[in-house]
Design a protein around this ligand. Structure first.
Ligand code: 5AD
Ligand code: SF4
Length: 411
């Protein structure tokens, strides 16, 4: 019996990919361990979206040299986006690495394991054991070519999974106890399989017995359709939260990033979603090479206008091979200053977003007897115990930090 330790870097798609890879390993007799010293194999699933993420994965791989020396029979698998980008040069730099499996190879991971000769033949995979919320990948890759982004080159163009497979996957998770399904894709709302649109898929997943809520991430602003807004209006099981990356508040920078929308179009989408009852979080990059002080000021003013509930802010990181990597970089101090200013602003505005919820009624899916997540993606603490997995209507009476406190009917 092989015991495998899994280390995942990066986004939720990577978390889901790690689970998928583990199922292939489990079919070949592997079980999971959280103790590296006890492990016979390590699976590192990597991210390369920013240099820092890649660096962390490589330094973990470097530290495994000693682990492997303790027992040369141990197996190291390096998978995902950084594996795709760096490719075979890794085997030269880290000769003790056994298996390299890039992000484009995820569908063939089983064959990669078999051809390594390090595992026994495949049998029955372990049954997935989701928590209350389960990830289901519905599409991979991206058809955009944002000028700063490495994703299209490491994950390739869009491939949508067949709707029937997605529904089967979601049903398996529901039968194993999941109450919430999180649909995943790089531009998730671009999903289309024959006649099945993204909105159709949301509705069909929400109809699976046992499913109380459907979430999705990450959408792209240009793919929000009237059909999507209609689906949300008619179907309370579709969560009223979207993580909608804006990247910059300056139309000029958005054009240079090739984002496919202007500041005004983005704000219009945000307004339409907010009118439909949504709360919105976002991603922002500071210090894109052509970003001037005025462009940065426009990002600050967009943050003021958009009323986000959260914003993940990143310093621009040049990625080799992307168009923006050819451009003149800002110095590190400029990046630091802009990030500091933005983070300060975001902190204040997000606190205000929590205060705004006071007096509202939220539908909360209980994850613990007294704590759950609202459809709009806030953590809510209740005054009474409720069954885990039930949806409870909560009146918000207080906000502290990143927690809302509810008064329930029986309080
Ligand atoms: N530099 C900094 N941030 C980046 N992101 C993507 N590429 C880069 C880059 N080169 C950010 C974007 C994206 C998030 C996942 O990572 O904000 O939405
Ligand atoms: Fe990267 Fe742009 Fe595709 Fe998002 S939409 S993955 S930022 S290329």
């Amino acid at each position: 019996m092989i015991k495998v330790f899994i280390q995942t870097y990066g986004c939720q798609m990577n978390e889901a990919d790690s689970e998928e890879m583990f199922l292939h390993l489990s079919a070949r007799g592997a079980t999971r361990t959280n103790n590296l010293d006890d492990a016979d194999a390590v699976l590192i699933n990597t991210c390369t979206v920013r240099d820092h993420a890649e660096h962390r994965a490589l330094s973990f791989l470097g530290r495994l040299c000693k682990w492997k020396r303790q027992n040369p029979k141990r197996i190291i698998i390096f998978a995902g986006c950084a594996a795709e980008r760096l490719g075979k040069q890794l085997k030269k730099r880290y000769p003790y690495l056994n298996i390299l499996s890039g992000a484009k190879n995820i569908e063939h991971f089983d064959q990669t394991l078999d051809s390594s000769g390090l595992f026994s033949p495949a049998g029955q995979a372990a049954t997935p054991t989701p928590g209350l919320s389960a990830y289901v990948t519905i599409m991979r890759g991206c058809n955009f070519n944002c000028t700063y982004c490495i994703v299209p080159s490491v994950r390739g163009p869009i491939k949508c999974l067949p709707a029937a497979d997605i529904l089967a996957d979601a049903t398996r998770n529901a039968q194993a106890g999941a109450k919430e399904i999180m649909l995943l894709g790089q531009t998730v709302n671009a999903y289309q399989d024959g006649n099945t649109s993204f909105a159709d898929l949301l509705n069909r997943v929400s109809e699976i017995p046992g499913i109380e809520r459907v979430r999705f991430t990450s959408p792209h602003p240009i793919y929000f359709t009237p059909q999507f807004l209609q689906a949300v209006k008619d179907n309370p099981k579709i969560a009223h939260h979207v993580h909608l990356p804006v990247q910059s508040g300056s139309t000029k920078v958005l054009q240079e990033m090739k984002r496919g929308y202007t500041r005004e179009i983005f704000l219009d989408k945000v307004r339409a979603l907010q009118v439909a009852g949504f709360e919105i979080s976002t991603d922002i990059i500071v210090g894109f090479p052509t970003e001037t002080e005025d462009d940065f000021a426009q990002t600050l003013s967009l943050v003021d206008q958009a009323q986000f509930i959260a914003a993940y802010c990143f310093k621009y990181s040049p990625r080799q091979g992307t168009p923006a990597a050819q451009m003149q970089l800002h110095d590190e101090q400029t990046l630091e200053n802009r990030l500091d200013i933005l983070l300060n602003k975001v902190k204040g505005l997000c606190e205000a977003a929590y205060q705004r919820q006071i007096g509202s009624t939220q539908q909360v899916l209980m994850e613990e007897p007294r704590k759950g997540r609202s459809s709009t993606n806030f953590w809510v603490q209740t005054g009474l115990d409720f069954p885990v997995g039930s949806v409870v209507s909560c009146k918000i009476e207080k906000a502290e930090g990143t927690l809302l406190f509810a008064r329930n009917e029986h309080d």
